[in-house]
Design a protein around this ligand. Structure first.
Ligand code: ADE
Length: 246
């Protein structure tokens, strides 16, 4: 009798983390895993809690994240892409160990303000000519609601709001204040906004789920190595708990 591999039975959920520590617990928890290489990256296909998934470590930064997300879209046609991992907390209400679910992402370092555009505006081109300038790259409301609901029942809640993305590890209280004031952001990281743009262009829903490893301030160079593992595991555990409802 031929057994159909589970990993090709249904459109998968794509999961992307920048660092090994952000995806290793998810990959370890998968069943029927096969690993494929594309764009030089490893894509782990299998099921997580019975849900078909493809999981990849993209490496830090917007270009790595975009290459990974676009490759995932073209090769696996995921029905949703989720970016998981750690982030720096923004503002005074977000603390180490907290969870943040993105309502939207902004590439805060994309700067054509000299030309009169609001900071973080990105320029989407479409073959139809229906081009668009977007500042707040939207995340899937339904997926965010599931993640927030699960966070409420397991951890007592999560922050919900804007996640700032840029190619800098932020360890500066001034920059933190700026991100808070300019975007009312909850967290800063280096990939979510790039993945959100790829998904927006590809018309695929996306979600960004982060656990806070540091507060994007003077303490970050010490806090990040100390808290990243625990924070990354928290975001993985939440995703594992929620994935059956996504
Ligand atoms: N990821 C985790 N902490 C971060 C920070 N402070 N800045 C950018 N990305 C991060």
């Amino acid at each position: 009798m031929k057994v159909k591999p589970v990993c090709v039975s249904k459109k998968p959920i794509g999961i992307i983390g920048a660092m090994a520590v952000e995806v290793e617990a998810l990959i370890a928890g998968m069943e029927g895993v096969c690993v494929e290489e594309a764009a030089g990256l490893a894509f782990h296909r299998g099921t997580l809690e019975g849900v078909p998934c493809v999981v990849a470590e993209c490496g830090p930064g917007k270009v790595n994240a975009a290459v990974c997300a676009q490759t995932m879209l073209l090769r696996y046609e995921p029905r949703l892409i989720i970016n998981v991992g750690v982030a720096g907390g923004v503002g005074s209400q977000v603390h180490i160990g907290d969870l943040v679910v993105a309502a939207a992402c902004v590439q805060y370092d994309f700067d054509t303000t000299a030309m009169g555009d609001p900071l973080g505006t990105v320029f989407i081109r479409r073959a139809s000519g229906d081009n668009e300038d977007v500042r707040l790259l939207p995340c899937c409301e339904e997926a965010a609601a599931v993640l927030l609901g699960e966070a409420r029942s397991i951890y007592g809640g999560a922050h919900f709001g804007v996640v700032c993305t840029g190619d800098t590890f932020v360890a500066d209280p001034e920059k933190n204040r700026f991100l808070d004031e300019a975007f009312q952001a909850q967290a800063v990281e280096m990939e979510g906004g790039a993945i959100a743009q790829v998904c927006y262009m590809g018309q695929v829903p996306c979600a960004v789920l982060r656990a806070i490893s540091d507060c994007a301030n003077d303490e970050s160079p010490m806090d990040f190595p100390a808290f990243t593992k625990v924070a990354a595991e928290k975001s993985s555990q939440l995703l594992k708990a929620a994935i059956g409802k996504l």
